[in-house]
Design a protein around this ligand. Sequence first.
Ligand code: ATP
Ligand code: MG
Length: 401
Amino acid sequence: MHPPGADTILIRYGEIGIKSSQLQQRLEQLLEENLTAVLRAMDTDDVVRRERTRLYVETTPNRIDSVTEAVTQVPGVVSASPAVRTEPTLAAIKEVLVETAVERIDSGTLAVRARRAGEKEVHPFTSTELEQEGGAAVVEALREKGVTPEVDLETPDTTLYIECREHDAYVFLEKENGPGGFPVGSQEPMVALLSGGIDSPVAAWSAMKRGCPIYPVYIDLGEYGGIDHRTRALETARQLSKCAPNWQNPVRVATGGPGVARIVEEAESLRMPVLRRFMFRIAEDIAAEVGAVGIVTGESIGQKSSQTSAMLSVTSEITTLPIIRPLVTLDKTEIVDKAKEIGTYRDSTISAGCNRIAPDRPATKPSLSVVQAAEPEDIAGFARDAAESADIISTKELIQK
Ligand code: ATP
Ligand code: MG
């Protein structure tokens, strides 16, 4: 809920604020650029304004909801409030408070909360005076409307917030949560292995949330893969790019079929760790090409026989790059909730890919030397070919299709 006529969005950030002032400035600027890119992707010419410790999006009342929704998906944003901007005077603030209360409050308890920033001399009132005088004006206006409001400062049903800065004041009713984290582009990029399943997009998003741009890689598993999974991987990459359209990289679709066929032929009960190592080899080659510093996967301990804690160890060994597994300790239900929240969830019953490659009796605790011995001799060549011949598909084009 927002006040009538809301035209400005207050953007709050968290960890950025505890950095050294030089770094903080760089991160604020990056967040400003990323927010601007989201506004441009929405075909608006709304602007982001940067003031000390705050960012503001200046928009229009008719799109305040859609713009608030979009900016609360952007990594680095802790929360956002759609607000009415007014003069930093008692009279102007009271007027907005009264209009807001009359429009938005029909029953329940209320409170007015004020924060005042700036030197004492700038405003001839304190935040307590703002709360008391604003509260009195609101109560009187509601009585005139026929509502008998009760003030409850502990747990009010509606809170009217005032934020009074040096040059402007803002009135708002709520704080919508954003993802938090850091702006995309504040860290070096990672390759994200996207399978078309539920988990890997959540993992990729988690890396983005901490500031890493991603290079999505889908490995086509040949006869064990599925066109549905490829489509889904591309679709989720497109969805992920919405929160950072200016950091959108094309998806690489690597031809894994020949390597997978060889693994199925030769690796028997060790197919799964050998397959995962094959994937990591491909990801490592692509990372070298694009300058990425790690590999992100959606693995979670114990989710499948190929994801036992022992497996994570023998598969990671194949590369010197860090394997980032943001979901490693999450339960499936937690991952599903997150996927729904970030818009990448789609209940998929398509059985393709790794499920069909898994042997009837998979090894779950193989030693490293046994896995190494089970790898086909020419597997590195298959991985190199798959990386080098990868199709590079722009998700920007997908949007137009
Ligand atoms: P997801 O985790 O995306 O739901 P999944 O649960 O089927 O897939 P696995 O098949 O065990 O999980 O794969 C574990 C991880 O390996 C995935 O999260 C993903 O990061 C990576 N992966 C699996 N298959 C592919 C693929 N075809 N292309 C790219 N990455 C893949
Ligand atoms: Mg999974």
